[in-house]
Design a protein around this ligand. Structure first.
Ligand code: ADP
Ligand code: MG
Ligand code: MG
Length: 868
């Protein structure tokens, strides 16, 4: 039968699975020869046995741990349950992964009335003995018997008031004895130490299934089956007197990452007092004066531990009568900045390799370098929360329309654009806003995508707000009214909306960060491109390391104020000649824009998507606006209204859009291709090496693609023949419909690249409209009907399966096709891992996510692959 009980000298740090994290590290420290109070660990499989046996400890467990207990008694020179020379234990839980929500530690287990008196006699320190006893009763009652701890604390507070005392250290032995008598009236607990121990072990196992623990496991995808270990350890006492104490410390500063030993301690206190914050602890530096020898040992120990684990450690220690003990070590939690600094410093110090350094930072941490963030410690007055659509923090005055944003921002006033939702018509307002807040929408609705593209903070789907444009108010569910020109703060990283101006930490660009990105580039296989249309975005993208443009959405170029009327004119044209006039003008705009992109990208590929949205998205909505437009175009208002009417669709997302526009209006495609290739020719003459890749959106089958590639190729041939030059180019498709993925084998014959447009592909696979998902996705997530928002993290099971099928089938027919992804998932770390695993060539994401994607792509290549 498998061994269930391990002594601290029988395991190592590699036994996490079996002994839990805490237990494995206690073993490791023991074998390093550090002063760890001796103890034993009951294994995690025993926890499973406990549940399988109907919440009962396995039959022989007690015999097994009694053997271990004897060995500890021998080593410590004291006996469990012996009043004259008592041995006391702490009982601690420890799962293989750190897990809040589990059982609290019980200290001083093994006490009763007789033993407390014995301990007082033996130590000659009755105050300490009775303080320890009352702590035991309190913890045992709370943790094992499930009696609320508040009553116990209140009893102490009342007692202190009555006796004019404030601090625990003023309490005498008699005071604590009186408290114990009060406790005994509140709770009855077993006096037999052996029974206490058995019940405490059971309580640790049972705490594996508290609702909090189950919830935490669900949130973090930790399997229920792994179970927890139990550590039973001889007690040492920080509450023995002024030559004793307890503390916690970090081997480096966990918020800045500076290489500087950092911590706090309390004199004459048990470790729980430091954590509970009932007294203000002293900085670790003053220990150097108070107990120089102990400090020296502590300092040497932390240094050794950090070198041994090659990572920043978070340690817990206790001092008993001038003697130093180690009670815990684990790798320390840290901020994003600290994680980057520590990883790079440790490579410089020769502690870890550059590959290991890459695995030490989370891609999310990288975000904190790119945007100013709301300072978490300054956060107050959260009045509503929505979806964290685009990270960063922003403060400004509230405006409710794009025009107003422009007017108010004109003199430099910072504004936040607050809308029910945004549309392409709001672009001018979004551009000047510090941040964007919408009541509706989701993580990939217009506001979210555009804001991420611009690197502007945004919160979408903030259903807790009701926006009233007429009154100029946004009212929260709790009745807080935010008025026009009120100052509020948005935290795009969490989705929180706060009143007033909340402090922020500045964006920074450190050498360490650049170094880390350099290592990422060395180790990644996936290419990283950016989604960008403007010269500004493309420049940003290159700066942040993009290796080309993976998606240039040409329609964005037409929404600019000086162009929109021309595309409207084109849409409202009644015959080819009329349309051609507008197309000729659009060609000039398009060509100029494309040339700017080719210039910025110099020799990197630029993937240009042909016109994609339904045409009516370009037309104004209101009647007045339509009339004004008719006047500007010199057309009868009735006619304009009629055409606009005809363009309305019941279901625009599935309507006349994407390459269907190219099929019906090849002249639009001809114009776009002439502009793209014409721009490339001019860029080449200016000394650049343009590489256009023309991408056809929303395709469903190969005949449709051929109908369009015929048009594209004819124009390219014409332009190149006329200009007498040659330009390398590619023609490919966006993979956005399930049919395209399932029929990829045939599509392969007509294309040179396939780029998965996973926003639409997700929308069409789920049948969830991405603009309406905000109405229900939060509830789906809450009730765990979906694991993740599929618009944020790629759904590997179904959407991912379609991608895999498309890749495998198309490869069967043709070698050398390049595969990419240009949906919002292209910037999501978990999705990037998947993209790497299924063999994509590149991901494309908004410029500001490029560094995140570089890190994630490297981690995907260096670390273990995703499970599915
Ligand atoms: P957590 O998992 O919450 O960190 P621990 O099991 O580390 O809980 O216990 C909390 C505190 O209890 C420790 O920081 C330490 O101060 C104290 N403690 C635990 N075991 C002992 C022991 N054997 N002797 C003295 N104090 C102990
Ligand atoms: Mg601890
Ligand atoms: Mg699409």
């Amino acid at each position: 039968m498998a061994k269930r009980v391990y002594l601290f000298n029988e395991g190592s740090k590699d036994d996490r699975e079996l002994l839990g994290g805490k237990g494995a590290n206690l073993c490791e420290m023991t074998s390093m020869g550090l002063p760890v109070p001796f103890g034993f660990i009951i294994t995690t499989p025993t926890c499973r046995e406990f549940f399988e046996g109907g919440n009962r400890l396995p039959r022989h467990l007690q015999t097994e741990y009694n053997v271990a207990l004897k060995l500890i008694e021998d080593r410590m020179g004291s006996l469990f349950g012996d009043p004259d020379n008592p041995l006391l234990f702490s009982v601690r839980s420890g799962a293989p992964v750190s897990m809040p929500g589990m059982m609290n530690t019980i200290l001083n287990l093994g006490m009763n009335d007789v033993i407390a008196a014995g301990l007082a006699r033996k130590t000659g320190n009755p105050r300490f003995a009775y303080d320890s006893y009352r702590r035991f009763i309190q913890m045992f009652a709370d943790v094992v018997l499930g009696i609320e701890g508040d009553g116990f604390e209140e009893a102490i507070i009342d007692y202190k008031k009555e006796h004019n005392k404030t601090l625990d250290t003023e309490m005498t032995a008699e005071d604590w004895q009186a408290i114990i008598e009060i406790y005994k009236g509140m709770v009855s607990f077993p006096q037999d130490p052996a029974v206490q121990l058995r019940q405490a072990i059971e309580a640790v196992f049972l705490s594996w299934n508290t609702p909090r623990a189950i919830f935490y496991r669900e949130m973090n995808n930790i399997p229920d089956s792994i179970g927890t270990a139990v550590c039973v350890q001889a007690m040492v006492f920080g509450n023995f007197g002024d030559d004793s104490g307890s503390g916690v410390a970090f081997t480096r500063n966990p918020s800045t990452g500076d290489k500087q030993f950092f911590g706090e301690y309390l004199v004459n206190a048990a470790g729980e007092d430091v954590v509970a914050g009932i007294r203000t602890p002293q900085p670790i530096s003053s220990l150097e004066q108070q107990m120089p020898a102990v400090y020296k040992e502590l300092f040497a120990t932390q240094k050794r531990l950090e070198e041994h684990y090659s990572d920043m450690q978070d340690i817990e220690f206790t001092i008993q009568q001038g003697k130093f003990y180690m009670l815990q070590t684990r790798s320390g939690k840290r901020t994003g900045r600290a994680s980057v600094k520590i990883a790079v410093d440790m490579v410089n110090e020769g502690l870890i390799s550059d590959k290991e350094a890459l695995m030490r930072v989370s891609p999310e941490h990288v975000e904190s370098f790119l945007h100013p963030m709301v300072d978490p410690s300054a956060k107050t007055d959260i009045v509503a929360s929505g979806m964290p659509a685009s990270p960063g923090g922003a403060t400004g005055k509230v405006v409710f329309s794009a025009d107003e944003a422009v007017t108010v921002a004109a003199d430099g006033t910072k504004v936040l654009l607050v809308r029910r939702e945004t549309t392409p018509e709001d672009i001018h307002g979004m551009k000047v806003a510090e941040g964007i807040l919408t009541e509706l929408g989701g993580m990939t609705s217009h506001a979210a995508v555009v804001a991420r593209g611009m690197g502007v903070c945004a919160i979408t789907g903030c259903a807790e707000l009701t926006i009233n444009y007429e009154q100029g108010t946004a009212t929260t569910n709790d009745g807080v009214v935010i008025k026009r020109m009120d100052t509020i703060t948005l935290d795009g990283a969490t989705g929180d909306v706060m009143l007033g101006d909340i402090a922020k930490t500045a964006a920074s660009d450190s050498d360490d960060f650049q170094k880390l990105l350099g290592w990422a580039d060395k180790y990644r296989r996936l290419g990283v491109r950016a989604n960008a249309e403007t010269e500004e975005d493309a420049t940003k993208a290159r700066e942040l390391g993009a290796e080309g443009i993976g998606l240039c959405r040409t329609e964005h170029m037409f929404f600019e104020a000086d162009r929109i009327d021309h595309i409207r004119g084109m849409i409202l044209s009644e015959n080819r000649e009329e349309r051609q006039v507008y197309l000729d003008r659009l060609l000039e705009f398009q060509k100029a824009d494309m040339k700017a992109l080719f210039r910025v990208m110099h020799d990197l590929p630029v993937t240009v998507r042909l016109l994609d949205p339904p045409l009516h998205e370009f037309l104004p909505h209101g009647d007045e606006e339509l009339e004004a437009l008719a006047k500007r175009l010199g057309k009868p208002a009735d006619k304009v209204r009629e055409i606009s009417q005809n363009l309305q669709e019941v279901n625009p997302m599935l309507g006349f859009r994407g390459c269907r526009i190219s099929v019906i209006h090849p002249e639009i495609t001809e114009m776009q291709v002439a502009a793209i290739i014409g721009a490339a020719v001019e860029a080449q003459r200016d000394g650049h090496n343009p590489y256009p890749e023309i991408m056809i959106p929303l395709v469903v089958n190969v005949r449709e693609i051929r109908a369009i590639t015929d048009v594209i190729e004819k124009v390219i041939m014409e332009v190149l023949a006329r200009e007498k030059v040659s330009i390398p180019y590619k023609i490919g498709t966006m993979m956005e419909t399930p049919r395209a993925c399932l029929g990829a084998e045939r599509l392969a014959t007509a294309v040179e690249f396939m780029s998965f447009g996973t926003n639409d592909l997700t929308q069409m696979t789920y049948g969830f409209s991405r603009d309406d998902v905000g109405k229900f996705i939060a509830a789906y997530l809450d009730r765990k009907l979906v694991e993740d928002d599929p618009f944020v993290t790629l759904d590997q099971r179904a959407v991912g399966r379609l991608m895999k099928i498309a890749i495998e089938d198309s490869k069967k027919r043709k070698k050398g096709i390049k595969y990419g992804i240009c949906g919002e998932h292209g910037g999501d770390p978990r999705s990037i891992q998947f993209c790497h695993d299924i063999g994509l060539d590149y991901v494309s994401c908004s410029p500001f996510r490029v560094p995140v994607a570089r890190i994630a792509a490297a981690q995907a290549n260096v670390g273990p692959s995703s499970s599915e």
